[in-house]
Design a protein around this ligand. Sequence first.
Ligand code: PHE
Length: 468
Amino acid sequence: STPPPSDAADRGIWSSKLGFVLAASGSAIGLGNIVFFASNAYQFGGGAFYLPYFIALFVMGIPVMIAEFSIGTRTGRSFPMALRALVGKRGEFVGWWSLTSALFITMYYVALLGWALCMMVAALGGLMEPGATAPFEPFLEPTAGPNAQVYFFKILATWWPMLAVIAIWAMTLLALWKGTETIEKTVRVAVPLMWLFMIVLIVRGVTLPGGTDGVMYLFTPDLSGISKPDVWKGAFSQMFFSLSLGLGTMTAYASYLPKDSDQVNNSFMVSLLNCGFEYIAGIAIFSMLFAFSLNPAGSSISLSFFVIPQGISAFPFAVKAFGFAFFFLIVMAGVTSAISLVEGMASAIIDKTGAPRATALACVAVPGVVGSLIATLPMIVDPGLGENGTVGLNFLDILDHWAFGYSLLTVGLIETILLGWVFGAANLRAFVNEHAALQLGAWFDVLLKFVIPAILATVIVWNLWIDL
Ligand code: PHE
């Protein structure tokens, strides 16, 4: 079956390889790298986590990325249509299913970014400064002294996050307005800025007294992790999300590349940039945690939204600037990921229907904005501490649990089975190797056909086991 004839002018094309690498790494680097990685790494014991994580990168992350990139360039179509062209209608169905999960994930992803934006503005206003009563009295009741946690809960209980969510959606849509052209313009600024801000935070973190203890904790290899199955499970699930796999994003982005692009090279670059960023974010966060003896037990949300800010409040100088820098970083990193999530869906709608870009964007944005607003409604969010210091964010947790815990991983499983068995791993590999400097060996087939599906199936069954 051939792809439907949608070579609409509204399909894009990257102006250079650099533009693509910036966009794809901007997609991969996001909340996953800052918010979720650090809390996973902490939960699974620092040095015990990163060996399994490293293995997950090579065994699953890079091979699946090669597959998702190459089906994009091979067909010149986004996810559902690319799968349809290669494995028929079943493939298309899986593609739309994955984009449905992408829509739900975008809803809460943007909600989190809205909170981060509120915290960014609040930090700039002096919220984290010692002794500050903050300029927010008209909206928030003042507390005694800096207490990021109290302020965060107060912000959650106002309408401000809804306004922030609208601002984040507006930025995202603006960046998508002219497709690859405006995406490239955005990532050329945002991605280098992200790295710069991260480096500033690391330098601050490791020069704090006691900061290097955190780095030791993160990097001292601890082989005990290898024998703990939940560490492996954590590493493999985190890897999938962090590399933006299984949600149609990477295929859509790759479909704007020339057919002869080297996807082995691209995949190595993007995933190594992503994991590199993740480790340096880990250094920045762990050095702060250890310098101030903060305990990040609890959710990843609490870690970023009040444990770290609490640490920043204790900085000897420039509290405002660092507080701003931390949340600015989260917003930058998150918006470039949200852009890619929305582009994956919009480009699929364009390919399927030939609709103009503005219409396709509206089809995604209308339900997306509504969902994000619902997720931040003050009466839906439960601003209070649950057991072990976790924040009760019910709607968001439900979305995360289903969209991430099941849907995403199940799509990944079916996708690898379809590509590995129905289309054929050898077939895919032959196409990739035509344009690759580093040739894929038969190991690629073994991973795609057996190892990766087995791992994903194990994680899914395990999640079910825990739930039932
Ligand atoms: N990879 C992004 C992150 O780490 C999340 C994401 C997933 C973005 C899938 C796009 C697609 O935050």
